[in-house]
Write a protein that binds this ligand. Structure first.
Ligand code: SIN
Ligand code: MN
Length: 254
């Protein structure tokens, strides 16, 4: 389950690492079987964001309500590398199913997750894990990242409320023009069961889904247990900044 020193070094140099086939076909099938529970309207407490067209764009906090998704947040194949990277105990900051429905899923603008998490009163001791539930292709809006951009440190962000239905914090164009080099952009193409680990300062974005296949993926963000949010002026709701500080525990054997 644990990564070699070489893999860990690669992660720290590039700010991300894609692990192909980390989950088995059976594990991905079990998650996909439960996806309808996340998409249907209910009063479970899961939070849903929609595209302008009305289709679901994101579902937050399935791990609190759906056992397959809860187990995923504690899966040794996922949390063993997270422990190596964060080097401390950690808890789930939030989880979200990003849906990107065929022909309807819209763009995510260039941003660093810590670009807005800083306003939640935490230091940059967080990271994310993206689990592919569908194929992720050039046409269905695969994630694109800038290799090594986590080393830029946090950049100023502004809030974009017009491009999509969802308020996005994104990096100023003037900064992007200065710092982004075409050769450093990587397309994260993969298959269901592949898993991407990435730093909270990695600059990333994704395009509109212009293809007939959806691009569903689950992103779990983890935070260092000693980095709980300090009081801030405008605390965001619990579905996006969890106040459940349950340390993740697992056994290497599982
Ligand atoms: C995100 O940054 O949360 C979304 C990126 C994506 O799903 O393409
Ligand atoms: Mn992001």
């Amino acid at each position: 389950m644990r990564w070699s020193m070489q893999k860990l070094e690669q992660y720290h140099q590039e700010g991300f690492l894609l692990v192909p086939n980390l989950l088995s076909v059976e594990e991905v099938d079990a998650l996909n079987m439960d996806v309808p529970l996340l998409l249907q309207d209910d009063d479970s407490g899961m939070h849903r964001e929609r595209e302008h067209s009305g289709v679901v764009r994101q579902v937050y906090n399935s791990h609190r309500y759906v056992p397959t998704f809860r187990n995923l947040t504690q899966h040794p194949k996922i949390v063993a590398p997270v422990q190596q990277i964060l080097t401390n105990s950690f808890y789930v900051w939030h989880s979200k199913l990003n849906v990107k429905e065929a022909f309807e899923g819209t763009v995510w603008l260039w941003h660093q997750d810590y670009g807005y998490w800083i306003y939640d009163g935490v230091d940059s001791k967080l990271m994310s894990v993206m689990i592919f539930l569908d194929p992720s292709t050039l046409h269905n809006g695969c994630l694109i990242v800038i290799s090594g951009s986590h080393l830029w440190g946090r950049q100023e962000h502004y809030s974009d409320t017009t491009t999509t239905s969802y308020k996005q914090w994104c990096i100023q164009k003037s900064v992007l023009k200065k710092k982004v080099r075409e050769a450093e952009i990587r397309q994260i193409i993969g298959q269901p069961g592949d898993v991407l680990f990435f730093d909270c300062n990695l600059v990333h974005s994704s395009n509109h889904n212009l293809s007939p296949i959806p691009r569903k993926s689950l992103i779990i963000a983890y935070n260092d247990i000693d980095n709980k949010p300090r009081p801030v002026k405008k605390p965001r709701p619990d579905w996006v900044v969890s106040r459940v500080f349950e340390e993740i525990s697992w056994s290497e054997e599982a």
